[in-house]
Structure formats: C-alpha cells, structure tokens
Design a protein around this ligand. Structure first.
Ligand code: BG6
Length: 471
C-alpha cells in the first residue's frame, strides 16, 4: 500500500465561499464583497453574503467532518476578518472565530491546514494602492501572515500561503472575470510577481521565527499534452508551459522564472521588474519551502495556433456541455478539445492519468513533497424526495484520481495529503451555487441551509477508514 498510516485524507474550502457573515463581527469588506454586488459581475448575481453560513455553524460542520473520519481540513483565513482595513487594527472577533474553528477541529482529531490567501483581499488595500499591483502589498501581507502565525501557529502545522495565484491574477488582470476586472498583460505579470514576493517573504519570516510546521503555496496546476508529435504542436506546448505552469511553479519553487518565458515577455515589453533583491528572496524561499501545493482539476491539450489564429474565448460558466470553444494566443498556442477524454458539464477535461503524469513531472523537476490541496468534480446534483444525493459520478471521479495518486506514490512521489474540493457544497466564484463539489449537500434554496450527506460522503468515509484500501 502506497498510503502510510499518517497520510492526510482531507477536504477543503475557502472563507468567501462558505463563511457568510460578510459584514458582521468586525469584518472589513473584501474585494469580493464589493465585486459581487456590482451588477453583472457574477453568475446570476450570486454572492457570498451568507454562503453556507459556516460562520455560525462551526459545530455542525465539524461534527460532519468528524463523523466522516476526515484526517485534515483545509480552510482559508479571511484577511479582512482578521485585519479589517488590511493593515493596522486587529479584529479580536476574527481571531476568536478562527481559534474556535481550530480548537473544534483539533478536538475532533482533524488536522487544520490553513490557507492564508484565498482571494478575499481587504478592499481598503485595493482602494489605497490597487492591491496586488503595488509592491506595498508585500509587507502588508507579511504583517497579516505574522498575525496569523502568532495567533494560530501553536496549533496549525500546515500553512498554504497563496491559493492559485496564477488563477486570481489571470482572471483578475487578463480576463476581467475576477476583481479588479482589468485586462492588461503587464499588470497581470506584475501582480503575479508580487504574489511570488509576498509568498517568499512570508516563507522566510515563518522559518526565521522558528515555527515547527510546514509551509508552501498552492498553484492551479494544468499538465499539458501536445496535440500531436509535429514540431509545431510540440513548440506550442513548450510555449504554453513556459508562460503557464512552469512560469508559475518555477517562480515559486525554483526561485527564478523560466528563461524562455522571460525572453518572450521581455521582447513583448511586458516583463515585470525583477530586482536583484527579488531574485535573492525568491531563491531563498524556494530553498525553504516544505512542500508544493497543487490544485488539480484537468489537463490541457495544446496545438499550434497561427498568427491569425484564435484568441481568448469566454469560459463555459453556463454548465452547458460542449459550449467551450478553442482559445489561445495567436502565434503562440491554442488549447483544444481532447477527443480521448471525457468532459464535465462545464467542459473541464476529466483526466485522472493526467494527475499521475503531473505528479511525476513535479517530483522530477522540484523534488519536494506534494500536497494535493484541491481535486474534485463540479456537477449538478439532485436531492431526491427520499433525501438522498446519489453522486456515483463523483465517487467514480475521486476513486480514479486516488488510484492515480497511489500509482504516482509507488513511483517515488512523496504525497503528504489529498484534499478533495470540497467538503460541503459552496459558492463557485464564476458559477454560483448550482455547480456542486461537496460530500455534503446544502439546500441553498431554503434559509435553513440544511446539510445532507451525499452517497460520496459515505464512500469517502470508508476510503479513510480503510486507508485507501477500499476504493
Ligand atoms: C479552484 C479554487 O480554482 O477551483 C476554488 O481554488 C474553486 O476556490 C475551485 O471553487 C473550483 O472552481 P469552480 O470555478 O468550478 O468553482
């Protein structure tokens, strides 16, 4: 068996997607609180004002985790709940809320795994200096992280500094789908670089303070295939990799961006300023990081895209299968449909083998332990009149991905944890409440927000009880 007895069978969530209580108990507004209230910005105007109301239901939700036998629970801390204006005064009620959550988890023998940044930037910092566009964010972020370490690091031993910095910067600064809704490649690259520096400085601060836990960040990782073995498709794949997955991962875990990507962006005139001091800090953090976190959902199949080829296209947020068209960067690459793979209703490729392939690439390239901080299937679930959710498709998805983990581990990958996305159903940033990921169904149509265990809940319970032997 590849899974050791201390393997962390986990599940995950994020503050804005579950907590609710968005303007109570001293919390300051985040960029998502403001954005989601602007007309036309989110799917059918959905927002996280109440979400799962987890803020008021810690006991109920953790009891469900305990009954399942969950070994680890990954959640994020909301920066504006801890420091409402981003800097300055600390909100004692925010500290108390997370203390209560952490203590309840520990009492239930569940390892807390904390994400420091899952996209809910204090709006005050966006207003003051445009948030991630400014280097000023680095020290403010480190200050916030230190407040979290000082208050929680005695009990929290796994820290994920950033969640998917590649996604929130590309969706926020290239595709206009996340706040601040900008489209500017130079700003996108600069904002991403600032996330690298904020991560690096936080990792260094954590290690210098001598805490005894593990720290890293989670990248949304999309392993790639070339559409064919033609030279053009192979080149397109390399182009995608050095401006995509390797750009992000090398920035965080090698301490330097890939040379070919730097050359491309420099020629285009959009390369961010990377100072000597930045390089030193990035290299130091790459040495100090304890693990690579990845969120894995799908692979990408990449093909040649001529100069007059396709550009960016709308993402499928409708949940109507087959509506995603090809998209890419003319002259560089395009992402195409892979006929060998199944797709979800949101046109995400279902590719468990891609997870194994990706884990082995990461192991070879970075040689660090790995935490899968998210993996799951977004689907339409049906609550039957008998009060059941028979999500066999989710069980099938998770089973195949766990088998892929096992195969990768037996080939030398040091996998510490597998966290499904997500424990309960929750708000999807771009797809509202209809796209469900959880083991626990939530009735978002009624104020009671009733929780119902799905079939997959019982299945994962048994997976954990048998330490992955019965899948
Ligand atoms: C990841 C995020 O990108 O994927 C989560 O870290 C998110 O916050 C998850 O919910 C699933 O994405 P989506 O768009 O299907 O909700």
């Amino acid at each position: 068996m590849a899974f050791t007895k201390d393997f962390l069978w986990g599940s995950a969530s994020a503050a804005y997607q579950i907590e609710g209580a968005y303007d109570t108990a001293g919390k300051g507004p985040s960029i998502w609180d403001i954005w989601a209230h602007l007309p036309g910005k989110t799917f059918e105007g959905t927002n996280g004002d109440i979400a799962c109301d987890h803020y008021h239901r810690i006991e109920e939700d953790v009891a469900l985790m305990k009954e399942m036998g969950l070994k680890a629970y990954r959640f994020s801390i909301s920066w504006p709940r801890i420091i409402p204006a981003g800097t300055g005064a600390i909100n004692p009620e925010g500290i108390a809320f997370y203390n209560k959550l952490i203590d309840t988890l520990i009492k239930a023998e569940i390892v807390p795994m904390v994400t420091l940044y899952h996209w809910d930037l204090p709006q005050a910092l966006q207003d003051e200096y445009s948030g991630w566009e400014s280097r000023r964010i680095i020290d403010d972020f480190v200050n916030y992280s230190n407040v979290c370490f000082e208050n929680f690091a005695d009990r929290v031993k796994y820290w994920i500094v950033m969640n998917e910095p590649n996604i929130f910067t590309s969706l926020g600064y290239m595709l206009k789908l996340h706040p601040p809704g900008i489209q500017d490649e130079a700003i996108y690259l600069k904002a991403f670089h600032h996330t690298v520096l904020a991560h690096a400085k936080t990792v260094i601060a954590y290690k210098e303070a001598g805490y005894d836990g593990m720290i890293g960040s989670s990248i949304a990782y999309t392993p790639t295939y070339a559409a064919s073995d033609s030279q053009e498709d192979q080149r397109a794949k390399r182009n995608f990799d050095v401006t995509g997955p390797l750009w992000y991962l090398d920035g965080y875990y090698k301490g330097a961006y890939p040379v070919a990507g730097v050359a491309y962006y420099t020629k285009k005139g959009v390369m961010p300023v990377v100072t000597r001091a930045d390089e030193t800090m990035m290299a130091a953090a790459a040495e100090l990081a304890d693990f690579i976190g990845i969120n894995y959902y799908q692979t990408a199949t990449i093909a040649h895209n001529p100069e007059d080829g396709v550009g960016f296209s709308e993402m499928n947020t409708s949940g109507k299968k087959g509506t995603q068209s090809e998209n890419g960067i003319p002259g560089l690459y395009k992402q195409i449909h892979n006929d060998k793979l199944e797709y979800t209703d949101w046109d995400w490729a279902i590719d468990p083998d891609g997870l194994r392939y990706g884990l082995e690439i990461l192991n070879k390239r970075y040689g660090l332990p790995i935490i899968i901080s998210e993996n799951g299937l977004g689907a339409y679930d049906v609550l039957t009149e008998a009060g059941e959710v028979n999500d066999d498709y989710r069980i099938d998805f998770l089973r195949k991905h766990i088998l892929a983990c096992e195969a990768a581990m037996s080939h030398g990958v040091n996998l510490l944890a597998y966290c499904t996305w997500s424990f309960t159903d929750l708000l999807s940033w771009l797809n509202g409440y209809k796209k469900r990921y959880g083991f626990v169904h939530i009735d978002f149509d009624s104020e009671a927000l009733k929780r119902t265990k799905k079939k997959s809940y019982y299945w994962y319970q048994n997976v954990i009880a048998t330490n992955g032997e019965e899948l």
